[in-house]
Design a protein around this ligand. Structure first.
Ligand code: KIV
Length: 261
């Protein structure tokens, strides 16, 4: 797609109902992201998410979107201890979920060596640079990365190293637009941006944010493509009101003593 100049569409997903919707919508790739921690499990970061959590949700996504290329995040501490540990974690993801690939964060020498180890074992790997949420405390918060010449050059070098290690794509999160464009132009593999401007080869958003299920989250890069929070709230309030005033269930919703089920 990058060679043909076609922009790649990626959305995160954690359950079967939305997986069906994303497959029907024709999204190019589903990411079972460890944003699972915040958007489905109620944590305030991705750090508590376990490999078992990821596998449980990735299986549900696989049942809903069997024909869509699916990448699963390796969660915090499921790949950082050693490349062998990473191989065991990634192997479990592919064997147990049916997903096609895994994603891991970082571009230092250890992360690059881990990518090479997984790729050598036949496991497709997507990289993740810029704001890497599993390092949120080390980075001092959720903020734009790669500002300043030194940081920008380092990110460019890390992106090249991930490509050389065999990564098939790299996510760029919260990266200044000009730097993301430069990295995208310098790689043959596609970049998938989130908060990284239009110069990336594709775009990813967290589904709950993109569909307006998370109205308190308002970063500059986000565009809401629907207002599911508003619609869900309206429906739930209607249910409460109609049950209370006796409008639901009516005769149309009630089985007779005899007749069709
Ligand atoms: O976990 C996730 O949803 C992600 C995206 C933000 C890229 O990694």
């Amino acid at each position: 797609m990058k060679e043909r100049g076609e922009r790649i569409t990626v959305l995160t997903c954690h359950d079967v109902l939305f997986a069906r919707i994303l497959e029907e919508a024709g999204v190019d790739m589903i990411l079972v992201g460890d944003s699972l921690g915040q958007v489905a499990l109620g944590y305030d970061s991705t750090l508590p998410v376990t490999l078992d959590d990821m596998i449980h949700h990735a299986k549900a996504v696989g049942r809903g979107a069997p024909a869509t290329f699916t990448v699963v995040d390796l969660p915090f501490l499921s790949y950082q201890v050693s490349a062998e540990d990473a191989l065991r974690s990634a192997g479990r993801v592919l064997k147990e979920t049916g997903a096609e690939a895994v994603k891991l964060e970082g571009g230092d020498a250890a992360a690059v060596a881990t990518v090479a180890r997984l790729v050598a074992a036949g496991i497709p790997v997507m990289g993740h640079l810029g704001l890497t949420p599993q390092s949120v405390h080390a980075l001092g918060g959720y903020r734009v990365q790669g500002r300043g010449t030194g940081a920008a050059t380092r990110m460019l070098d890390e992106a090249r190293a991930l490509e050389e290690a065999g990564a098939f794509a790299v996510v760029l999160e919260l990266v200044p637009g000009p730097l993301a464009e430069r990295i995208s132009g310098g790689l043959t593999i596609p970049t998938i941006g989130i908060g990284a401007g239009p110069g990336c080869d594709g775009q990813v958003l967290v589904l709950a944010d993109a569909l307006g299920l998370n109205p308190g989250f308002t970063p500059r890069f986000l565009h809401r493509f629907a207002d599911l929070h508003g619609e869900a709230l309206r429906g739930a309030r209607d249910f409460v009101a109609q049950v209370r005033d006796g409008a639901y269930p009516g005769r149309a919703h009630t089985f007779e003593s005899e007749g069709p089920a």
